[in-house]
Design a protein around this ligand. Structure first.
Ligand code: OOG
Ligand code: NI
Length: 268
């Protein structure tokens, strides 16, 4: 477990940006190099609900840094369960962790995923670098394609392993953009594809959270038998609204999250 929050998030960013060239470019487009601060609203991590890699094992890394459990979210059709974690320091990024409910999947998928997870050493799960350690298992392209037919989430997880699947720009902290619509227009003007599932702006002021995201980059991944370009990670944008007590809403919105998961869909 890391003892320093900044080091953990810096390492997560490094492993994320290595497979997400658009995040680096968008960072620059937003003016990061001209001294405009880019504040990260949250990151998201994915896993399978099997020991030793279930949601709670990932969460331990954040609890050790003083994070506390927030809300929980159910995604029935996608067979996912998620929780968010937040820190008493409001400047700390929130963390959204989901897990695939493997027992609800087909016997074939269960067999594949159990075999992958069996290759993870429990001592690696508590190691400092686990959350950005990538894949711990052998993976061939055909198996990836088979998983894809049943669950985009399972296929993504099997191909990429442990890493942040997105970072999120806090629009509240931008000084030159105020709305999700403005960000989406900027993205489109620069040639990026905005995730349109359920609408390009997800959520509303009444939900206290509006979000959008790019569609994941496609980058080559090394499978055991060959290299293929597949969806990697995406960039998200979040605008939070105040609760009656004046503090910004710190939760997530399940109906919006359901669509944001689709930012890594392969579409083939
Ligand atoms: C997480 C999707 C949900 C949000 O902000 O609601 C999410 C994922 O794609 O793993 O990030
Ligand atoms: Ni998100």
């Amino acid at each position: 477990m890391h003892t320093d929050r900044n080091t953990l998030f810096e390492q997560l960013w490094q492993s994320y940006q290595a497979v997400t060239p658009s995040a680096v470019e968008i960072h620059r487009i937003l003016g990061a190099e001209e001294g405009h601060a880019i504040v990260n609203d949250h990151i998201a991590l994915r896993t399978f609900n099997l020991p030793p890699v279930g949601l709670e094992a990932l969460a331990e890394h954040f609890l050790a840094l003083g994070y506390r459990q927030g809300g929980e979210y159910h995604f029935k059709t996608k067979k996912l369960y998620a929780r968010h974690y937040e820190h008493p320091d409001p400047e700390a990024p929130k963390v959204f962790i989901s897990e695939l409910l493997v027992e609800q999947c087909s016997p074939a998928l269960q067999a594949v995923v159990k075999n992958l997870v069996a290759q993870v050493s429990p001592e690696n799960v508590t190691a400092d670098d686990f959350l950005y350690s990538g894949r711990h298992w052998g993976m061939d392209y055909q198996t990836y394609r088979e998983l894809l037919e049943e669950s985009e989430y399972a296929a993504w997880m099997a191909a990429w392993g442990y890493r942040a699947n997105h970072f999120t720009v806090s629009i509240n902290h931008l000084d030159h953009f105020q709305t999700v619509e403005q960000i989406n227009q900027l993205l489109k003007d620069n040639g990026y594809t905005v995730n349109a599932s359920g609408g390009e702006v997800k959520g509303s002021p009444a939900d206290l959270l509006e979000q959008s995201s790019t569609m994941a980059d496609r980058v080559p991944v090394r499978f055991s038998d060959r290299e293929e370009a597949i969806p990697s990670c995406f960039y998200e944008f979040a605008l939070r609204y105040p609760e009656p007590d004046g503090t910004l809403y710190s939760g997530f919105v399940a109906a919006s999250a359901d669509k944001i998961f689709e930012s890594t869909n392969a579409g083939m």
